[in-house]
Design a protein around this ligand. Sequence first.
Ligand SMILES: [Zn+2]
Length: 495
Amino acid sequence: MSEASLLDRVIKNVRVVRPHNDAIELLDLGIKDGKFARIASHISPDTAKEVFDAKNLLGFPGVVDAHMHIGIYQPLDKDAVTESKAAAMGGVTTSLNYIRTGQYYLNKGGSYQDFFPEVLALSAGNFFVDYSYHIAPIASQHIDEIPLLFEEHGVCSFKIFMFYGGYGLHGLSDQQNLFLMINKEERYDFAHFEFIMRGLTRLMEKHPQARDTISLSLHCEVAEILNAYTKIVENDFSLSGLHAYSAARPPHSEGLAICIAAYLAHETNCVNINLLHLSSRKAMEAALTMQTAFPHINFRREVTVGHLLLDVDTPNTIWAKVNPPIRPRADVEYLWQAVLNNQVDWIVSDHACCSAEQKRSAKNPNNIWLAKSGFGGTEYLLSGVFSEGSKRGMSYNHMAKLLSWNPSRRFGLLEKGDIAIGYDADLVLLDPNESFVVRAAESESQQGYTPFEGMELTGKVKSTFLRGNLIYNNGEILGSPTGRYLKRYSSSLSS
Ligand SMILES: [Zn+2]
């Protein structure tokens, strides 16, 4: 056999988990030029330059973590290195990050024409996994930039933070235009959201062939409800910690926001809507009701691993502050039921690395109101879903669908999401029998703590391959950052 015709690598003895099968097959995977090139029950080692024995471990498609926030609380170039290492150790091979102008991130306003190339420059050469960005149009001028972001940079997914016009990232605020770094004449309100949707509808009309992969994601909470309930709960000393934070941002605020978002999507014919991190029964019920009310809108419903693993009684109180809040156990179990009923489209980490020094108030470290929102967790996404999902009868194939296939389709990553010929050879090997106790000290993340600390999970990631290259093996990140920016639209496909 000539050198040129050899496979680059064969990974032998993989118990392959595919999103559309209802079984698991023991197979050998042949890789060439970063793609799965041969898949068979036996591939001779002589046909490959390198051989890797997977020893009958489960092989999942590389995880697509469709909701992360690289560079929110520490410089983006540094955050990309450490947090994408955390992703790789958890079997994540694609990191999709929400970014915006304003405070945090690059801490500046202005046009995306200037802002986004800076994001890309800070990202280049710093990611251990493949990556892309979802962008939030904050100022009105950003709506006019949507075609540029799509056509030049391949950005096809956008975001609205519904509560930012009148409520802060961490709590009450009357300074939201300063936070968002927009002029005082600007309003980040429902009308702005409507005009964003109209902008996306125009983009879909201009690029009908890409229509299915152009979408809008919404963080659904309503500022007015959060303001009123935060004031009530801050003066009610019978509630504390995560119980108080959940009551201050009550589930019906999510439900109301979902109804408003859905109606606006209907009004503007913005047909692809992603309802992010639904945290409660009321949120999920509102989302399902809106799907029935507006069947022509293609809704997707997202849940995070944090909302599936933690509840308001977690001992790691302050560390678990996040928006929407961690909820009571009854909501957690309702979300699991929705997962099992095929009512959830994907599960993500909402990873936002926030160091302990930043997370807690130095003067009053136990005050939930003063703590910052968000935490990391991409490294526990697969193991968390595997461990808790297995207990509830979730099939491995269903996990592959929610962690890889569904987000890759929605977000235009057409070469990701499955273990099949022609797809990027992104693969994670997991030992279904190995249990471990979560210890932040063992993570590659810079965060230094985790709200999952002390949880015992079953299903450990042993090896991660990115486009056929081993990037993580038995506790070690290998080599240098080789993650690529994923342009999710190519003008060559358009004509
Ligand atoms: Zn988020």
